[in-house]
Every structure is written in C-alpha cells, then in structure tokens.
Write a protein that binds this ligand. Sequence first.
Ligand code: ITT
Length: 210
Amino acid sequence: MLAYVTTNPGKVREAVDYLGDDVAQLDFDYAEIQSADLGPIAARGAREAYRHADGPVLVDDAGLFVDALEGFPGPYSSYVEETVGIERVQTLVAAEDEHRAAFRCVLAYCDGEGFDASPDPIDRADRTEAAATGPDDGSSAELPVKLFEGVVRGRIVEPRGDGGFGYDPIFEHNGKTMAEMTTEEKNAVSHRGRALAKFAEWYPERSDAE
Ligand code: ITT
C-alpha cells in the first residue's frame, strides 16, 4: 500500500482515479520550506512523511503559475487561495493583457532506498535550496527522493463549473475550465494526471522489486 500524502481530498480523488485502490490518503501536514520551485518542497516533504509513515510515500505539491505575474502565486498558491481567494486572483489577471498560466505538479516518492540512474530527476538533498533551509535534524537528509513532474498550460478566465477543487474554476484548457471536466477528463490533460502517468509507468517495477 502506497501512502498518498496530502491534506487535500481533491488530490486524493484524482490519484485514486488514476492509480486505483493501491493508494490511500495519508493526511499528514509536512513542513513546506520556502523555495521558488516545487521540487525541493516536495522532496523535503517526502523525507519528512517517510519518517512519519515508516513506509513508501508519495507527496504531491502543486501550484498555479501565472505568466503576467511572473509565475505568482506558484509555490504560494495554497496561501493565496486561503487569503485572497481565486476570484480575486482572476480579477488581478483580467487587468493584465496576458492571461496565460500553467498548473504544475511535482510528485515526490520516497521508500528509504536509492534509485538507479533514469531520466526522472532524483533529489538527494544536495541542492542549494535544501542547504538554505538551515540545519536539518540529521535523521534523513541523505534519503534519496524521486521526482515526477507534470505541467499543463491554459488561461485564466471568469469562474465556471462545479467540479474539481482549488483554482480549477478559473483555469481553462481547450475551451473547458478544469471545474467543467470530470475527474477522468481532468486527469487526461492535467498537471497531476501527467505526473501520475510518469509515476504509474515507473512504479510497478519498483513495487515488484520489494
Ligand atoms: P497539501 O499540501 O496537503 O497536499 P494543498 O491543497 O495545500 O494540500 P498544495 O500546496 O500543493 O496543496 O496546493 C497549492 C494550491 O494549489 C492549493 O490552493 C490547491 O487548492 C491548488 N491546487 C493544487 N492542485 C490543483 C488542481 O489540480 N486544481 C486546482 N487547484 C489546485
């Protein structure tokens, strides 16, 4: 059983729809470090969650990156959704000439073991961002983490649709907002769906080897 680490039930719905019942939510709120990239945040979270769960974990860190706002809210998407709200993000972007944006998702897998060389990025905690987080507690900084990334491009529009979660009502891709899509339709094109596809291709070999 693989623990999908998130406090967000919307993410779990999409992960279970894609990966099936071999995954279960682990409602664990890991510390999110400050970084302009999602990778180091997810990697650090995966190490903390692995220590907590004592078994294989998959951490999901995502965000909305608006072109006209130099990628804002990016890694701060959760805080911005809670404080400002998605309607005001939409108003802010509507005032700009450029409405294009990207959703990004990084899945970080950790099971305490190392990884063979592969095209997917592996975070060994030797990044400068990791160094910037200050002294680690020393117990797991060396744990390798494998990262799977997915991106979808679209544009910010007035809210439409009741499905999905978070910024979905204001993010349009191919004429539909993500809140107007079923979970399956969203997974077929979304940042999370693309990251899950990469993970799902790799994971069977790993779990067979256990
Ligand atoms: P966890 O950290 O516990 O997983 P979270 O919702 O805070 O839950 P993130 O930090 O990854 O997760 O989310 C960043 C923000 O982006 C948050 O406001 C989400 O609602 C939003 N978000 C993430 N994935 C999304 C998606 O597929 N569609 C719409 N909004 C999404």
